[in-house]
Ligand binder design. Structure first.
Ligand code: ADP
Ligand code: ASP
Ligand code: MG
Length: 407
């Protein structure tokens, strides 16, 4: 007998028929003699609808109240699914984040799980019940409801799997697994049988929403046996693990696109020591996270520095730069959110000089201009105009995956 954690995303529980389908998958797993803990997301677009409703009443609604509101979506799902399971003749119990003992910090709307007090879940499992837990939420030290950030139900599932020492954590979604690129937008995207935690973490952090990046971070830390699979097709999914068979081969495992990017450029800075320090310490003090940084070569004692931030932070970054124009000393600041970051990820990349070149060539052939480049051991990212984003992903993907057994 094993303990299995199964998570189902919003589209997997979108309507009554889908809930019944999920209940069938859960009860089949239970009937095989497993203990089953289930984590559910809110149905379909419920979370988006709740956000819109809250903003309509108060565009500046506090994050605490937004969390209170958003957490209700997941409650509906677990209660309905528990009813479906009971109707099929099995015992089930639904629990909210606080009933399940999910303790978080107090960072409303982006809370981190600190600990899981699993006694209640364990008690229910001991009674042979199927336990359904609301995803994406917990409770803080003030007994307030918190949420973990968009897509956070994956992290709830992995955290529960780690806390309960589950044998397997299955993330059921609306595609057959992790693909070489978003299968809904990229022709020829291929399903991967397996992928390493490190590569998956990069892909998720660089825009592949199929998994919440913190869930992968946590799965790696606690060595959770994790797989991504479809709740509809019944096909084998993708195993996410520490080491995969193809690891030694030079390869690129995927292409990701992130549209939540903005570029800020400071033009006409003095070319002398200490300028970068000033700019980025001011941004750090404001809690603005900076991603790619590009500095031009000094010419006539002046230089430019540009950097990327998330779109949410663009306004604030520009504001603080303007407020500190005298201190920093520059001529002009420009900011644009009409950009996107396209990345390739692969473990074997570091030792292959040709990989980045192949990516740039694909963009050149498609007539796409690159604004910024950043590289690491396992990824290359470029910043392009947002209107070029789809074409860029397709061109890069074609180059690596669809030509003469490339890669
Ligand atoms: P869920 O509601 O089940 O959590 P999400 O919408 O959060 O599902 O994530 C699944 C979606 O992720 C897919 O429908 C797909 O469009 C998108 N996606 C983006 N990149 C990838 C990728 N590399 N592999 C698979 N799916 C991806
Ligand atoms: N319902 C939440 C969201 O839409 C959490 C999740 O689905 O993982 O972001
Ligand atoms: Mg998701």
């Amino acid at each position: 007998m094993a303990l299995v954690v199964q998570k189902f995303g919003g589209s997997s529980v979108a309507n009554t028929e889908r809930i019944l389908n999920v209940a069938r998958i859960i009860t089949e797993t239970y009937q095989k003699g497993n203990d089953v803990v289930v984590v559910l997301s809110a149905q379909g677009d419920t979370t988006d609808d709740l956000i819109a409703k809250g903003k309509e009443i108060n565009p500046k609604a506090s994050k605490r109240e937004m969390d209170m509101l958003l957490s209700t979506g997941e409650q509906i799902s677990v209660a309905l699914c528990a009813m479906a399971i009971e109707a099929m003749g099995f015992q089930a119990v639904s629990l909210t984040g606080w009933q399940a003992g999910v303790l978080t910090d107090s960072n409303y709307s982006a809370a981190r799980i600190k600990r899981i007090r699993a006694e209640r879940i364990q008690k229910e499992l001991d009674k042979k019940k199927i336990v359904l837990v609301t995803g994406f939420q917990g409770i803080n030290k003030y007994d307030d409801v918190t949420t973990l950030g968009r897509g956070g139900s994956d992290t709830s599932a992995v955290a529960l799997a780690a806390a309960l020492h589950a044998d397997l954590c299955q993330i059921y979604t609306d595609v057959d697994g992790v693909y070489t690129a978003d299968p809904r937008h990229v022709a020829g995207a291929k399903k991967l049988d397996e992928i390493t935690f490190d590569e998956m973490l990069e892909l998720a952090s660089l825009g592949a929403q199929v998994l919440h990046n913190r869930s992968v971070e946590m799965a790696k830390r606690y060595n959770v046996n994790m797989e991504v699979l479809s709740s509809l097709s019944g096909k084998p999914g993708t195993k996410v693990k520490e080491v995969v068979k193809t690891m030694e081969k030079t390869h690129v495992s995927g292409v990701a696109k992130d549209k939540n990017v903005a570029r800020v450029a400071l033009i006409g800075l003095e070319d002398r020591p200490g300028i970068a320090f000033k700019i980025f310490s001011i941004l750090a003090k404001e809690n603005v996270n900076v991603d790619i940084i590009l500095q031009s070569i000094g010419r006539d004692e002046s230089k430019d520095i540009s950097f990327t931030v998330s779109q949410d932070d663009m306004g604030r970054a520009k504001e603080v730069m303007l407020a500190n124009q005298d201190v920093i000393g520059y001529k002009r600041v420009e900011a644009s959110d009409q950009v996107a970051k396209i990345s390739i990820v692969g473990a074997g990349m570091a030792n292959n000089a040709g990989v980045a070149c192949k990516m740039f060539e694909a963009l050149y052939s498609a007539g796409i201009n690159i604004h910024m480049i950043s590289t690491s051991e396992i990824k290359v990212s470029v910043l392009v105009d947002e209107r070029d984003a789809e074409n860029a992903v397709q061109a890069i993907h074609d180059r690596f995956f669809n030509e003469f057994g490339a890669n």
